[in-house]
Design a protein around this ligand. Structure first.
Ligand SMILES: [Zn+2]
Ligand SMILES: [Zn+2]
Length: 666
């Protein structure tokens, strides 16, 4: 018997499984998941046991030196998961495997005697942590009941099933999750609930904690390393039964996993920006399959790809077409800004705002950009002021000068770098400009601006959320974070100051993103006893994404969108892999990109586009070129790409990044 070991170090030369002999004293002790010290070349290295084989690949096999973790850090399932992640997303196996390890733990710390890691006393289950589910007197709607019964039925049968829960905003998807989990726990299984970063509000955490007192572990990236490590240990030791977290919680060491929920599955933040560049939805699908668990994807605005798969029967569709308690969806009015004199706030939006303030209710104004002016041009020579390190225009922030949101570069002087002219012209609408406008128009309004500039100054998102929820402000102005997940009873007006921005992005998902944003924004209004209203300002009111959002009509949006996708052969009708080649020397980047493309072409890869400069052609001083590969399925592209990456020697100073199923083509 030999142990299969993966080295902790990551590089393309050692990205494989090595075989080691097991010394006498470790036989019967060593398990998959153990961290070990092994001889490698003339050195010793840290590695992880990922399996066992009867025959070794080489004749002269070295012996494992010692085990350095007090117990296995992962199981066979995690090994299978990491293998899939590495294969699917073109990452190193060790990189994928490290996602499963305790957060922030450096290999050598594990061997210290103070380590808190101990073997779990007993597997979690009915005999483990006692289940105390708080009683709820909430009456489900017939549709909620139907959805819940379908999920319970599958849990009873103990089989794996994939659901898409399509529910309009305010239709009570979370309640379905909660009751499904409560049922699951009585069967001795554990649950994982994934939500987008922005939606993991104190409100949501509290709701879960109240329902499952003492059984919840929360995991997200804003926790300190120590907090995350503690949560990891509690989960590992079976002290909690339900994990609620953002995308990295997917790798929590949950045993006996019976249900995975991915809420708002379309969210762009579900895609990892680091290798392996996994999409939480796709990875959760695989993880559910490995664990034979039930998967529930939930959304009011499913990704077009997801809905397509539901239509074709891959996902079982459950529908919540109405808000709870027969509350109506808010009426949406689109204001044609071409007919307005004031392009910041239309007459209709001002009227409604005035009324809301008079009635003592609350309003949310969504602005897509932060800052004050988002574009600055020199009057003398016509130069658009750009960041010297990025191909991004600079934003004007009062008190700070000109700022690049791509890299943080800022310059206090308002001078043209080309002609030294001091007469600049300012354009564009950011959150701070709307804040000033509303303050001037309604001097008595209590305004709260919630965007990244405001958050970095004060404590946290929680502070903003609770200030607004407690009514300390009556107008909330902000970027995306104000339209996702907020559920405040007195919000009766949502104003979308500019709805068009996303439509003009050079991305085939532009219409989808716009529709999702508008629907989510509209979803914040009138969620409780007070009826709500939504005003969308647009220069392009006839666009189908706006029209469908105004009518709360996902189906009509989908029908239009899917026909475009088919016509242009974009996902779900094709699969994409994006290669991003970057470096500080533009000519060199271009040359490497061209070499890669030529090599791929010789492998007869169909649907190769590029290389072309990326939309953001330069970022933090790095030039960026893009190659897009499009295929009927990934298997059509994969072999040629793998061969190309293995054979083309890329200079050290050039980075080649592989993004499978990219969500962002900028
Ligand atoms: Zn100038
Ligand atoms: Zn910059």
């Amino acid at each position: 018997m030999f142990a299969e070991v993966v080295l902790s170090k990551v590089s393309s030369e050692i990205d494989k499984i090595y075989h080691y002999a097991i010394p006498e004293n470790l036989r019967g002790k060593i398990q998959v998941g153990h961290q070990v010290i092994v001889p490698f070349g003339r050195r010793q290295d840290v590695g992880y046991v990922v399996g066992f084989v009867k025959e070794a690949e080489v004749t002269r096999v070295k012996e494992i030196i010692k085990i350095t973790s007090p117990c296995p850090l992962f199981g066979k399932e995690q090994v299978e998961f990491a293998k899939w992640l590495a294969y699917y997303y073109f990452s190193f196996f060790a990189t994928a495997l490290k996602l499963m390890l305790p957060p922030g733990q450096k290999p050598k710390e594990l061997s210290s005697p103070q380590s808190r890691l101990k073997s779990p006393l007993s597997p979690p289950g009915i005999e483990g942590k006692e289940v105390k589910v708080a009683e709820t007197n909430l009456r489900l709607t017939p549709e909620q009941q139907k959805a819940l019964e379908a999920i319970k039925g599958v849990i009873d049968q103990g089989r794996s099933e994939k659901f898409l829960l399509c529910g309009v905003t305010g239709s009570g998807k979370t309640e379905v999750y909660l009751q499904a989990i409560a049922y699951l726990l009585t069967k001795g299984k554990n649950a994982l609930v994934l939500v987008p970063e922005i939606a993991l509000t104190p409100q949501l955490i509290q709701r879960f904690q109240e329902r499952f007192p003492g059984l919840i572990a929360v995991l997200h990236s804003h926790m300190t390393l120590k907090q995350r490590n503690q949560a990891w240990l509690m989960i590992y030791q079976g002290e909690t039964r339900v994990v609620l977290g953002t995308r990295s919680a997917l790798f929590a060491p949950i045993k006996n996993l019976g249900l995975i929920v991915v809420d708002e599955e379309y969210e762009v933040s579900y895609k990892s920006e680091k290798s392996p560049r996994y999409h939480t939805r796709e990875a959760a699908l695989k993880w559910a399959e490995i664990n034979k668990a039930v998967l529930i994807l939930g959304s009011a605005t499913p990704a077009v790809e997801t809905y397509y798969l539901a239509e074709s029967g891959f996902y079982r569709k459950l529908v919540l077409p109405q808000r709870i308690d027969q509350r109506p969806l808010p009426p949406v009015e689109i204001v044609d800004m071409r007919k307005e004199k004031d392009f910041l706030l239309s007459r209709r939006l001002r009227e409604e705002l005035k009324e809301v303030l008079a009635k003592g209710e609350q309003a949310i104004l969504f602005v897509n950009r932060r800052g004050f002016f988002t574009l600055v041009i020199c009057r003398r020579c016509g130069l658009v002021l750009e960041c010297p390190k990025c191909s991004l225009s600079l934003t004007y922030l009062p008190g700070k000068g000109l700022v690049c949101f791509g890299c943080g570069y800022s310059v206090p002087s308002l001078v043209c770098p080309r002609c030294q002219g001091t007469e600049l012209k300012y354009f564009g609408v950011g959150t701070q400009r709307i804040e000033k406008e509303v303050a001037e128009m309604f001097p008595s309004a209590r305004i709260l601006r919630w965007d990244r500039d405001a958050v970095s100054k004060s404590s946290s998102h929680e502070a903003f959320f609770s200030a607004f929820a407690q009514g300390k402000a009556n107008v909330l102005i902000g970027t995306q974070m104000v339209i996702k997940g907020l559920d405040v009873a007195k919000v009766t007006l949502v104003g979308v100051v500019s709805a068009d921005f996303a439509l003009h992005l050079p991305d085939f998902r532009a219409a989808e993103h716009t529709f999702q944003l508008l629907t989510q924004a509209a979803g914040r209004a009138g969620r409780h006893h007070l009826p709500g209203k939504v005003i969308i300002q647009s220069f392009y009111p006839e666009h189908y994404a706006l029209q469908a959002a105004a009518h709360h009509d996902y189906e009509s949006f989908y029908q239009k969108e899917i026909s475009y996708r088919k016509e242009l052969n974009y996902p779900p009708f094709s699969k994409l892999i994006c290669l991003l080649i970057s470096g500080s020397d533009q000519d060199q980047v271009k040359k490497v990109a061209q070499e890669l493309a030529n090599f791929l072409k010789r492998r007869e890869v169909q649907g190769l586009l590029g290389p072309v400069p990326a939309v953001i052609a330069r970022r933090r001083g790095q030039w960026r070129y893009r190659i897009l590969l499009k295929g009927k399925d990934l298997e059509e592209i994969r072999p040629a790409l793998a061969e190309t990456l293995a054979k083309i020697v890329v200079p050290k100073e050039i980075k080649v990044l592989v993004d499978v199923d990219p969500v962002n083509l900028l």
